[in-house]
Write a protein that binds this ligand. Structure first.
Ligand code: ADP
Ligand code: MG
Length: 263
């Protein structure tokens, strides 16, 4: 079975400079308000191709909202978000196709419960990309194999463990060859063993150069897989650093107290 093992320091993914690569997601002065509450306050963040950015912070910090603005599941009030260098489409078919090009893995409710795992993975490539059944299925089997659940292709989601369901959700996201995959607390509803399976799959994606934005409380994942850690609190990015710096010497008092609370 899959097990997530944080690599030795010598094997840690190079957290070096990716600034020469193009931005896949770029926030420029983004503000978002719910009623009286500023949920995102002047967010500036650039995620480059192949980068793994891990977002951490206390509950209510705005992490999920930040993720949801990227594919326009939430609109913004001020600023702009560029994806792959382009403004987000506003509506209609363009928005629908744009969303399909951004992978999203949530805490739960990721799969269509009345469709088999294979159908879940092939649905969007067939409906949105017009892929023929045979080639979409060939791709799906390859991806299910990669995430370790090929034998579950004809099962229904309810027949899978939580970890297997999340890995199916990852395969479904990958089937659309996404520019970026957003993970919003993908393991927080899982038991420890399932958590390790999903983290191992995410680690594999990170090593393959997948562009990933990951909201998680799994500090081991952040330490070993993040190129950068973004610490959010009260709607703002308080601190951005490479994981070594962030976990050994966080700059802000807010980050220090957060880290003390999760350790
Ligand atoms: P996090 O994911 O970091 O826990 P969220 O992005 O879910 O934070 O929420 C940030 C803040 O925005 C919270 O105070 C939350 O209550 C509020 N919020 C989130 N979604 C909505 C909504 N649809 N309507 C009103 N307030 C919301
Ligand atoms: Mg959240």
């Amino acid at each position: 079975s899959l097990h997530f093992t944080p690599p030795d320091t010598g094997l840690t993914k190079d957290a070096g400079d990716t600034s020469d690569k193009e931005a896949i997601v770029e926030f420029r002065g983004v503000w978002k308000r719910f009623g009286e509450l500023d949920v995102l306050k002047d967010i500036n963040l650039s995620v480059r191709r192949g980068e793994v950015v891990v977002i951490i912070g206390p509950s209510g910090a705005g992490k999920s909202t930040l993720c949801r603005t990227i594919n326009r599941l939430e609109t913004i009030d001020k600023g702009s978000i560029l994806v792959d260098g382009k403004p987000q489409p506003i509506e209609g078919k363009e928005l629908y196709e744009f969303r399909a090009g951004i992978g999203m893995v949530f805490q739960s409710f990721n799969l269509f419960s009345h469709k088999s795992i294979l159908e879940n993975v092939t649905l969007a490539p067939r409906k949105i990309r017009g892929r023929d059944k045979a080639s979409a299925q060939a791709d799906a089997y390859r991806l299910l194999d990669m995430v370790g659940i090929r034998s579950k292709a004809n099962s229904m989601p309810a027949q899978l463990s939580g970890g297997q369901r999340q890995r199916a959700a990852i395969a479904r996201a990958l089937a659309m060859d996404p520019k970026v995959i957003l993970f919003d607390e993908p393991t927080s509803a899982l038991d420890p063993e399932s958590t390790q399976e999903v983290l191992a799959t995410m680690q594999q994606l990170a090593r393959q150069g997948t562009t990933m934005i990951v909201v998680t409380h799994e500090m081991s994942f952040a330490k070993s897989c993040a190129d950068r850690v973004v610490f959010m609190a009260d709607g703002a990015i308080v601190e951005t650093a490479n994981p070594e710096t962030f976990f050994s010497a966080p700059e802000s008092e807010r980050a220090r107290s957060f880290l003390a609370s999760v350790r």
